[in-house]
Design a protein around this ligand. Structure first.
Ligand SMILES: *[C@@H]1O[C@H](CO)[C@@H](O)[C@H](O)[C@H]1NC(C)=O
Ligand SMILES: *[C@@H]1O[C@H](CO)[C@@H](O)[C@H](O)[C@H]1NC(C)=O
Ligand SMILES: *[C@@H]1O[C@H](CO)[C@@H](O)[C@H](O)[C@H]1NC(C)=O
Ligand SMILES: *[C@@H]1O[C@H](CO)[C@@H](O)[C@H](O)[C@H]1NC(C)=O
Ligand SMILES: *[C@@H]1O[C@H](CO)[C@@H](O)[C@H](O)[C@H]1NC(C)=O
Ligand SMILES: *[C@@H]1O[C@H](CO)[C@@H](O)[C@H](O)[C@H]1NC(C)=O
Ligand SMILES: [Zn+2]
Length: 451
């Protein structure tokens, strides 16, 4: 009998013959206590070894893996105009003629692979393109919220709609993937706090303040270190209203200055639903060190994005799973394991690192993190926090702020300045008469319409 640890090192050989002799024969009665101790030691050693057999991915059995961002709903719109009759999430779609890797360069998701990936909870993104801003963004966002709800209802054995922090773990313990909605991009609320409030009523639990376009009240990451609007006074009202509602403020996609601005003003912890570390890869979608320190102070969480273009800035090689490990380790090393999570961005991007090719690969990432050469090594508890407990902590804190503010605050009635909208539309080259961007309107002859 040789006991072998997970790293393949032989730790204890066979029990030596001399020991067996010592425990039997004439000396038995005299040495019974000694023998008992030896066997207890062997049992103790075995228990110790089973702990040594721990693999990083085992943390996904004791805590839910919560991914901050998946764009499957956008693909449902782009490929099927949200017709779920033509879609089967229960099938392994990797070779499908519409959804397979060869047919679709941003498709990575189905139930067999989510299950293999041990996904316990998912924020599904309700995303509509920036070309809908000042046009039909609200209507299109409603469709995406609707298709996420219909998808969840279609697979009740696997998915469960969740709007409260406590329900995430409950659903996961019942074998369901807790399914939540995040609206990706402030353009979706069309500068209206009324729309924001109704999104919350529909179950939306985070809103990303911008996508790749500025809103009239917040700058996107394309603005880099500079500022067009920064966060305006109305933008601050949006943050406060989200704090009051209990909606998580998502700082992925905003400019570095807007990150700083919001972190100085928010009354609740914030999240980055899908962003990595700027110091490791200088892309402005990633989070710079000074902001990481602010996130720690804010008690928030940065859920790390896997997209090849955000994790690897070296164009002479391809991204690999090790790049993602490096981003996560960098953040842990700088601010601690309490402020980092996972927000892979599957279905939102066209290239994923080698080793993280689809949603079945998360366990490999956790194995690698546990094996990675960092000091101190990852503990099981830290891996559970990374997997989901950090997000649950942030979500609960946001609910507590909501409950506290409910005693003193009323719905805000701020209206955005008309001049801000006018200027933003001019900046965006919006012409009257171009009000619709939905797929089915594309065939209409825009110029012949009368307004
Ligand atoms: C899905 O299918 C692909 C290709 O046939 C296969 O490599 C993969 O292991 C399958 N995954 C699951 C979870 O069944
Ligand atoms: C800033 O963003 C623009 C895109 O708007 C990009 O082309 C440019 O390279 C960025 N600047 C820096 C310093 O990264
Ligand atoms: C934008 O806001 C940030 C954070 O408050 C501030 O540091 C920066 O100076 C502002 N930039 C401009 C150009 O107003
Ligand atoms: C970029 O990748 C190439 C190929 O792996 C490597 O030789 C080079 O040192 C890398 N550059 C940097 C700056 O890391
Ligand atoms: C990167 O990946 C692509 C496609 O997977 C492959 O064709 C190419 O050879 C790889 N490049 C390098 C430098 O490994
Ligand atoms: C679209 O409208 C323009 C201007 O009225 C007209 O010349 C053109 O023939 C129309 N095209 C179609 C396909 O209806
Ligand atoms: Zn995104």
């Amino acid at each position: 009998m040789a006991l072998v640890s997970s790293r393949g090192i032989t730790i204890a050989g066979p029990i030596p013959g001399s020991l067996a002799k010592y425990c039997t024969g004439k000396m038995m009665y005299v040495n019974v206590a000694v023998c008992l101790s030896v066997f207890l030691l062997v049992i103790g050693l075995s228990i110790g070894l089973s702990i040594n057999n721990f693999k990083g991915s085992n943390a996904l059995d004791s805590a839910p893996l919560i991914d901050g961002h998946n764009d499957l709903a956008y693909n449902l719109y782009a490929l099927l105009n949200n017709n779920l009759d033509k879609f089967d999430l229960t099938k392994n779609l990797s070779d499908d003629k519409i959804w397979g890797m060869n047919a679709c360069n941003s498709c990575y998701t189905d139930l067999p692979r989510l299950r293999k990936g041990k996904v316990g909870a998912q924020f599904w993104a309700a995303f509509v393109g920036c070309d809908s801003q000042y046009k039909d963004a609200v209507q299109l966002t409603m469709r995406q919220i609707d298709v996420i709800k219909r998808l969840v209802n279609k697979y009740p054995n696997d998915l469960q709609f969740v709007t409260e922090a406590d329900s995430i773990e409950e659903a996961w313990k019942n074998g369901k993937i807790a399914s939540m909605i995040g609206v990706e991009g402030g353009h979706s609320m069309d500068s209206s706090l009324a729309v924001l409030r109704l999104y919350y009523e529909l179950g939306v639990r985070y809103m990303t303040l911008t996508h790749m376009c500025n809103t009239p009240w917040a700058d996107s990451s394309l603005v880099n270190d500079s500022a067009v609007h920064n966060l305006t006074e109305f933008g601050a009202a949006v943050i406060y209203e989200m704090n009051r509602l209990g909606m998580l403020v998502d700082l992925s996609h905003v400019s570095h200055n807007v990150m700083r601005h919001v972190l100085l003003r928010t009354k609740a912890p914030i999240m980055f639903s899908h962003s990595s570390a700027f110091s490791v890869c200088h892309n402005y979608r990633n989070v710079p060190d000074d902001v990481l320190h602010m996130v720690k102070k804010n008690n928030g969480v940065v859920m790390v994005n896997f997209y090849s273009g955000f994790v690897n800035c070296n164009s002479s090689r391809n991204a690999t799973i090790q790049d993602v490990v490096d981003h996560i380790n960098y953040i842990r090393n700088l601010i601690g394991a309490d402020y980092v999570g996972i927000g892979a961005d599957y279905d939102g991007v066209s290239s994923m690192p080698e080793g993280l090719e689809d949603v079945s690969k998360y366990p490999d990432l956790f194995d690698r993190l546990y094996e990675s050469n960092v000091n101190p090594r990852w503990t099981k508890e830290e891996l559970e926090k990374l997997a989901g407990r950090n997000l649950i902590r942030v979500f609960k804190a946001v609910e507590e702020v909501r409950d506290t503010l409910a005693k003193s605050e009323h719905p805000r009635q701020d209206i955005i300045n008309a001049r801000d909208i006018y200027n933003a539309e001019v900046d965006d080259n919006i012409k009257p008469g171009l009000c619709y961007t939905g797929k089915e309107w594309k065939d209409l002859n825009q110029t012949s319409a009368t307004y």
